[in-house]
Ligand binder design. Structure first.
Ligand code: F0G
Length: 476
């Protein structure tokens, strides 16, 4: 006879949330001194993209392709079939995408921007406008490359980085309606989940639904930029009491049922180091893309990826929906944001799913936008503790007045601390908090920067910087 188990009363205070994995393979970090970092930053002329990654201690430049894969993903890679056409790895990939998103036509690409390129090349004509809550930089560049104009229509709440509105990633429906009824052709509308350039904020299910209805009424297809689809679904449920108890996978299906297709970078919520896809319902559009892609991207059953990559993504798309993973990921980001806010650091509220955003205008209020406070701040974070962050402000998103040539600054000067998935531990996060707090403590003495030279497109990747007064003579 088995012994009956004792009655169990759950404790009132739940146990802490921990990383729901243990480590099988480790990679060394390279500890550096402030003097070394100063030399390396000088050699990079202030651009953190130009640093050797071995000279970075905690790399928060991006969450894209930088995560750790699981043992199941590595196991799946061994199954990768490298046939040029019709590989079983493609069919497993296609099946995973159909299952997770409910979208029929699946075209693999080497990463998200290639999916954007093929989608816009098929739909966007010179003079068109493409609305989005906020275009990511490559999305914007790909619209422009087709002669279109990318329009950012974030909801007004996004502008206030201190407000705790739950869904600052929503698109502004009123302005969208004006665009849809306006004189210019709109070949497609997009919504980016979560709104990356807008602080990683989620959009609500209600907003996507209303957008979908509006687009349908005007005969405009709706595409989702799906990079962080699982994180958006998690935040939808966390922040919308009506969705309490709904399975995250179910929420993903409900969201994508409202769309005509999606572009996806599997380097984010695909939990893979490379990969992406274009998904759509329209078979004619799919055929157009399949024909175009063979020239530069590859045959439509591999799209610039190896069979092994397809397998890693297929497994990753299912794993990313595991609730213990999503709970830990959001708890970890929220922990850093909370601790920084407690120490008086201006962070964007509420924290999104994949990054902590600092409001550089508030962090360095003595620096005008023309002195790029976000760039000045990322340079200081590196010098202080070897932390590499990413400016998402006027360096990345600034534009130029076509008539006067004058620079138009970005709406916000943000610094993004993007957290790679399943890569850093709690003590790395504590180190990060300490580095940011120390820079904050000496903020009044931080000088602004100017752009010494920059490429014309996507200038943040190649620009060089010099400090301006009070230390104008000091080269970066
Ligand atoms: N859309 C969004 C919202 C993104 O964040 C990115 C990439 C892309 C599209 C393009 O995807 O890199 O696979 O070609 N974001 C990375 C970042 C690079 O750092 O935020 P990709």
């Amino acid at each position: 006879m088995p012994t009956p188990s004792l009655p169990f009363t759950p404790p009132e205070t739940p146990l802490p949330i921990i990383e729901p994995f243990r480590i099988k393979s480790v990679e060394p970090l390279h500890i550096s001194t402030p003097e070394q970092r100063r030399r390396w930053l000088d050699a990079a002329r202030g651009n953190l993209f130009a640093l050797a990654s071995e000279h970075v201690l905690i790399d928060l430049l991006t969450d894209s392709g930088t995560g750790a894969m699981s043992s199941e993903q590595w196991a799946a890679m061994m199954r990768g079939d490298e046939s040029y056409a019709g590989s079983p790895s493609f069919y497993r990939f296609e099946q995973a995408v159909r299952e997770v998103f409910g979208i029929e036509h699946v075209i693999p690409t080497h990463q998200g921007r290639a999916a954007e390129h093929f989608l816009f090349s098929a739909l966007v004509k010179p003079g068109d406008v493409v609305p989005n809550n906020t275009h990511f930089d490559t999305t914007r560049a790909n619209v422009v490359a087709c002669g279109g104009e990318p329009l950012d229509l974030p909801c007004p709440q996004l502008a206030d980085t201190a407000s705790r509105e739950p869904f600052k990633g929503d698109i502004d429906l009123e302005v969208l309606e004006r665009v849809l009824t306006g004189p210019r052709r709109v070949p497609l509308a997009m919504i980016t989940l979560t709104n990356n350039a807008g602080g990683g904020q989620p959009a609500s299910l209600g907003n996507v639904r209303a957008m979908s209805e509006l687009c349908r009424r005007h005969g405009v297809p709706l595409f989702v930029d799906a990079c962080r689809f699982a994180e958006n679904a998690w935040l939808m449920r966390e922040r919308d009491p009506e969705l309490a108890g709904v399975d995250v996978g179910e929420l993903v299906r409900r969201t994508f049922a409202l769309a005509d297709g999606c572009t996806m970078s599997a380097k984010k919520d695909g939990l893979a180091n490379i990969g992406g896809f274009l998904g759509m319902r329209d078979p004619k559009l799919a055929e157009t893309v399949r024909r175009a892609m063979v020239v530069t991207e590859g045959f439509p059953t591999y799209g610039g990826l190896s069979g092994r990559d397809l397998e890693a993504v297929a497994q990753g798309l299912r794993e990313v929906l595991q609730e213990d993973y999503l709970e830990y990921r959001h708890a970890s980001v929220a922990y850093v944001a909370r601790r920084l806010a407690e120490r008086g650091v201006p962070v964007v509220h509420p924290p999104g799913g994949y990054a902590i955003f600092l409001d550089a205008s508030k962090f360095l209020p003595h620096l005008p936008k023309s002195q790029y406070p976000g760039q000045a701040l990322v340079m200081e974070l590196y010098l202080e503790g070897g932390v590499r962050a990413c400016e998402i402000g006027s360096v990345m998103l600034g534009s130029f007045d076509p008539e006067t040539g004058a620079e138009i600054p970005a709406r916000q000067e943000l610094v993004r601390l993007a957290v790679p998935r399943r890569t850093y531990t709690q003590s790395h996060m504590d180190y990060l908090i300490e580095v940011v707090a120390r820079v904050h403590a000496r903020r009044a003495a931080i000088a602004g920067v100017r752009i010494a030279d920059a490429p014309p497109v996507l200038r943040h990747f190649g620009a060089h910087f010099a400090r301006v007064a009070p230390c104008a003579e000091v080269p970066c």
